[in-house]
Write a protein of this length. Structure first.
Length: 221
């Protein structure tokens, strides 16, 4: 079982619930923060002091306020922590249940468990803690089919970049010019048009605006 755990959660009542759960599980050293930047600094400081955290449990969404944040979300925090401290276990505990978001966090950010906040959230969080302590990856029931064949999407990094630029209001001509400047291929207007047509068919979108709305709902961008 983990001995030193950090909770990153800006909702006080949820923070307390997770703290109580960890106490009941016998965790002897529990710290809590409400900002992702504070979480990163605590993990880094503990590592420098040779008193590292074993586990970080983080929400995905943190309400913005007057404080400027280098890591404004749990996704950004998880990515940084796993990049810098790959042995650190990370659980995301969130209301978000979009399957693509879960796939991204597991495949690209290498988190160890994804648990949805729900009626059985704390029960599933207990299971997640036990599972990852034994070297396994855990997904709560709400998102357990994130990696089933029928939910796999054929979307690569180029597609994500294209959709992201489209969502920011760039025209296809502007994206083409940008890709040429950045030496990204394919950059021709015809190639971009063909790729967007493929994506519209794949996601059953009526037009570019509808396509952007769909991929945002899926958590792709």
């Amino acid at each position: 079982m983990f001995k030193k755990v950090l909770i990153a959660e800006d909702m006080e009542d949820i923070n307390k619930g997770v703290h109580t759960l960890l106490t009941e599980l016998g965790v002897s050293n529990i710290d809590q923060v409400q900002y992702c930047d504070d979480a990163y600094l605590k993990v880094k400081r503990a590592n420098l002091d040779h008193d590292s955290f074993d586990l970080v449990i983080s929400d995905l969404s943190f309400k913005a306020d007057h404080r400027s944040q280098t890591y404004p979300s749990g996704k950004a925090l998880a990515g940084k922590l796993k990049e810098e401290f790959p042995e650190l276990k990370v659980i995301v505990y969130s209301v978000e249940d979009r399957l693509q978001a879960v796939r991204t966090l597991i495949n690209q950010y290498h988190i160890d468990a994804y648990v949805c906040k729900s009626r059985n959230g704390l029960k599933n969080l207990t299971t997640a803690i036990n599972e990852i302590s034994n070297g396994k990856i855990y997904l709560s029931p709400e998102v357990s089919n994130a990696f089933s064949a029928e939910n796999e999407l054929e979307v690569d990094d180029y597609d994500i970049s294209l959709l992201d630029h489209l969502s920011k209001g760039l025209s296809q001509d502007e994206i083409s010019a940008l890709y040429r400047k950045q030496n990204i291929t394919p950059a021709s207007l015809s190639s971009i048009e063909k790729r967007l047509n493929k994506l519209r068919i794949q996601f059953n979108a009526n037009n570019a605006i509808h396509l952007v709305a769909i991929v945002k709902d899926l958590g792709l961008i």
